[in-house]
Structures are given as structure tokens and as C-alpha cells.
Design a protein around this ligand. Structure first.
Ligand code: DQA
Length: 144
């Protein structure tokens, strides 16, 4: 199973950025743990602060991956374009957030992506990504 994790703007700052909300681990460190934990799964990771790059990566992923885990970060709440990209591809996309966006400001309660996502996982810290990977594996009956 090939899964691509796509992270949006400011998630390159994880570990340093608002640690009281997002924790003190970098995504690179967490990604290494994910690779160790899900040994049988071919995991890839892409991060960009640029909306169009995220859209192009979603288009590419449609050809190459069995599943996508997308944390579009702030673009979740603003980007019709990313929502349309998710709607327009056939690879299943699980939307992920580190924080529980419903406990936060009102503007974070709306997502342009959720309507087109296979599912949404949020509020479990970086473990949200583990749960998203597991959701793909459960579906195909694979444990690891
Ligand atoms: C986030 C939540 C968004 O509201 C925020 O803009 C982010 C991160 C999360 O993972 O909790 O950058 O997507």
C-alpha cells in the first residue's frame, strides 16, 4: 500500500510553532516513527506553503498512490481550489488536523475539504496521522 502525506502551510514549523497547540515534535521526527511503525506501508511525505503546489501534488497523487492523507492547514478554511482538487481525483483522501479545530476560533470550524474526503480525523495531535494510516490499512484488512 502506497500512502502520500501532504502537509500545507506552516506545518514545516512543527516543533517550534505554537507548541502548546501543535506539540514539540517536528514532522520529520514523527514521519520517521511512522515509517518504523508502519513497516509494510510505503509512506511518502510532501510539504508546501504554496496553494498551487498542493493542488498539483494532489493531481499527481491520483496516478501514483492508493491513499492520501491531507492536512491542508490554514488552506482548509480558505481554499476552494484545494477542495475542488480533492473532489476531482479518485484516490481516497483522509483529511487530518493535529488540533481539534472545533475547540478553536469559529473560522477554523469550516473546511472546504471535508465534503469530498473519505473521512476526517482531528484533535489527536500528531497521532491523527497514525490513525489516518490505520484507517487505510483497516479498510484493506492489513494490520501493518
Ligand atoms: C491545522 C489546523 C488549522 O486551523 C491551522 O491553520 C493549521 C493546522 C491542524 O493540523 O490542527 O495550520 O490544520
Amino acid at each position: 500500500m502506497k500512502i502520500l502525506i501532504i502537509n500545507g502551510p506552516n506545518l514545516n514549523l512543527l516543533g517550534k510553532r505554537e507548541p502548546e497547540i501543535y506539540g514539540s515534535e517536528t514532522f520529520e521526527d514523527h514521519f520517521t516513527k511512522l515509517q518504523f511503525h508502519f513497516k509494510e506501508t510505503e509512506l511518502s511525505y510532501f510539504q508546501s506553503n504554496i496553494e498551487g503546489e498542493l493542488i498539483s501534488k494532489l493531481h499527481e497523487a491520483n496516478e501514483d498512490f492508493d491513499g492520501v492523507i491531507l492536512n491542508a492547514a490554514a488552506y482548509t478554511h480558505t481554499s476552494v481550489g484545494i477542495g475542488d482538487a480533492v473532489a476531482g481525483i479518485s484516490v481516497p483522501v483522509v483529511e487530518v488536523h493535529i488540533s481539534n479545530t472545533f475547540k478553536r476560533e469559529e473560522f477554523r470550524h469550516h473546511s472546504y475539504i471535508s465534503k469530498y474526503a473519505a473521512g476526517v480525523i482531528l484533535g489527536f495531535g500528531l497521532r491523527s496521522y497514525n490513525l489516518a494510516i490505520q484507517s487505510f490499512l483497516d479498510k484493506t484488512g492489513v494490520d501493518n
